[in-house]
Design a protein around this ligand. Structure first.
Ligand code: BGC
Length: 493
């Protein structure tokens, strides 16, 4: 795949000359609230590096920095057929991946809609549903039986503490999930029990975060990839560290200090103690009204789940203060999370000078008649929210590179915000250039490039299952020693 790299962020055409003074003042206040200049960005990066290190230390910090037990990058020669399961927010995806041994693969997949009520339903319902989907997949793709028990790479993209590659105790739900009796439990036995109940011949070989899968899949096709990031409903990153840099593993493993170890950062939790991120009152409100207040501070300013909600809260606030939508019924805007990031994308992408597409959108979706100056404010607001998200995301990438002394690499990125939000990639690249001072380097030649990833939860999960089985065959560790795992499990009880 040829990546030309992002272009420069566009300078917005469209004049503000006809915008009345009171609205201009509001726009200027919003600009102050939401803009993160380079100086502030560098302060955030410096603090981020310290927090990444703290997460790896014995005392720990807000960022979980979870050792994933993925200890090898693929060499491209991996072969075999593996199943991959991805539990996303809206869909369950099951894939059968055939690794072809030449950095190439074939993939067959099916998607199963995940009923929204399942996000807050019961644990049994969740595992039974997943087992049913896997069974349905096998029945349609292997009607005569799969032969032997199949190995599954399970992409479960929530913070899980791992004592070995195949297990993970859910620390806490994120992205609006709130299912009882899963937090604090190992998810692998729960899924395997459901598979057993239903006689589905599948073993969970590896439990994987989407970021780790993304990194490994991208590295498979592009060996310059050293990091995997997701900017979607949630946000997070994985990278390779080495055991000697992970003091919290001391005494728990017996590995050469130079052994590589993929770390699932769970950086959505960065700055949960609110030291450095410039939160607005809207961010505070989102946090307070969320199912998990005081958690995922960074994610709540960046990720797709929250971008539309931030826009909605600002609009309502400006309306209540009498600045916009005068004499309009704004009932349609009152439902929490009724606006998602795709609406902001549409606002930003309206090609017309007088923003008639935004006008139609607000009329059809919310029965609100907007004026042209109001629409200009709404567009500026979308730009500000989208730009802040991209710049903060870049701060995370820069922090990992600086911590690891990486001056040149590719970063595999996936997720709806990265792939679909207008100008996200260019704005992120600009922020990296600001942080690293790449003034005269065109974006296509930036030494650190964040670029579209390979399919992490399909190919990445299959590769990790393959790498795990290979390590096991060679007698190499894929987790802590069994006696330590047992001891930790007892302490946990
Ligand atoms: C989760 C991470 C995940 C990220 C992107 C976050 O909410 O905690 O595990 O990698 O979303 O999906």
């Amino acid at each position: 795949m040829v990546h030309l790299g992002p272009k420069k962020p566009p300078s917005r055409k469209g004049s503000m000359a006809d915008v009345p003074r009171d609205l201009l003042e509001q726009i200027s206040q919003l600009e102050t609230l939401f803009t993160i200049d380079t100086q502030k960005l560098n302060i955030i990066v410096d603090h981020f590096i310290k927090e990444l290190e703290k997460g790896l230390s014995k005392e720990g910090g807000s960022i979980p920095m979870i050792p994933t037990w993925v200890m090898t990058m693929p060499d491209g020669k991996e072969k075999g057929t593996y199943l991959a399961l991805d539990m996303g927010g809206t869909n369950l995806r099951v894939c059968e991946v055939e690794l072809l041994g030449n950095r190439d693969f074939d993939i067959t997949q099916s998607k199963y809609h995940m009923p929204p009520e399942m996000k807050t339903g019961s644990s049994e319902q969740l595992w039974d549903y997943i087992a049913d989907c896997l069974q349905a997949f096998l029945q349609s793709h292997h009607p005569n039986g799969a032969g032997e028990e199949l190995s599954l790479g399970f992409t479960f993209s929530y913070p899980c503490s791992q004592t070995a590659i195949h297990n993970g105790v859910l620390q806490r739900w994120t992205k609006g999930f709130d299912i009882d009796n899963v937090e604090g439990h190992d998810v692998q036995p729960m899924l395997e029990a459901a598979l057993k109940r239903k006689n589905v011949p599948i073993t969970v070989t590896a439990l994987i975060n989407d970021t780790t899968g993304t990194m490994v899949a991208s590295n498979y096709t592009d060996p310059e990839t050293q990091m995997g990031v997701i900017f979607g409903t949630g946000c997070n990153a994985a990278y390779f560290d080495v055991v000697k840099n992970i003091p919290k593993l001391e005494g728990l493993i017996d590995l050469d200090p130079e052994t590589p170890m993929a770390i699932n950062c769970e950086w959505g939790a960065f700055d949960n103690e609110h030291v450095v991120l410039p939160r607005t009152k809207y961010d505070v409100q989102i946090d307070e009204d969320s199912p998990r207040p005081n958690q995922q501070a960074f994610e709540k300013m960046i990720a797709g789940l929250y971008l539309g909600e931030i826009h909605r809260l600002v609009m309502l606030d400006l309306h209540e203060q009498g600045f916009i939508f005068e004499n309009q019924n704004v009932e349609g805007l009152k439902k929490s999370y009724s606006i998602d990031a795709s609406l902001l994308s549409q606002i930003e992408e309206d090609p017309f000078e007088n923003l008639t597409e935004v006008e139609d959108l607000f009329m059809s979706r919310f029965s609100i008649q907007t004026t042209e100056p109001e629409r200009k404010l709404l567009r500026r607001l979308a730009e500000l929210i989208g730009t802040r998200s991209a710049r903060l995301s870049a701060a995370g990438v820069a922090a990992i590179c600086k911590k690891m002394g990486i001056e040149k690499c590719h970063v595999g990125a996936d997720g709806s915000v990265f792939n679909k939000y207008p100008h996200f990639q260019e704005r992120g690249a600009q922020a990296l250039a600001d942080i690293f001072g790449w003034k005269d380097i065109p974006p296509a030649d930036h030494p650190i490039k964040v670029q579209p990833a390979e399919d992490g939860s399909g190919v990445g999960a299959a590769l990790i299952a393959a790498l795990t089985l290979k390590r096991m065959k060679e007698g190499l560790p894929v987790g802590m020693k069994p006696e330590i795992i047992e001891k930790l499990a007892l302490e946990h009880k």
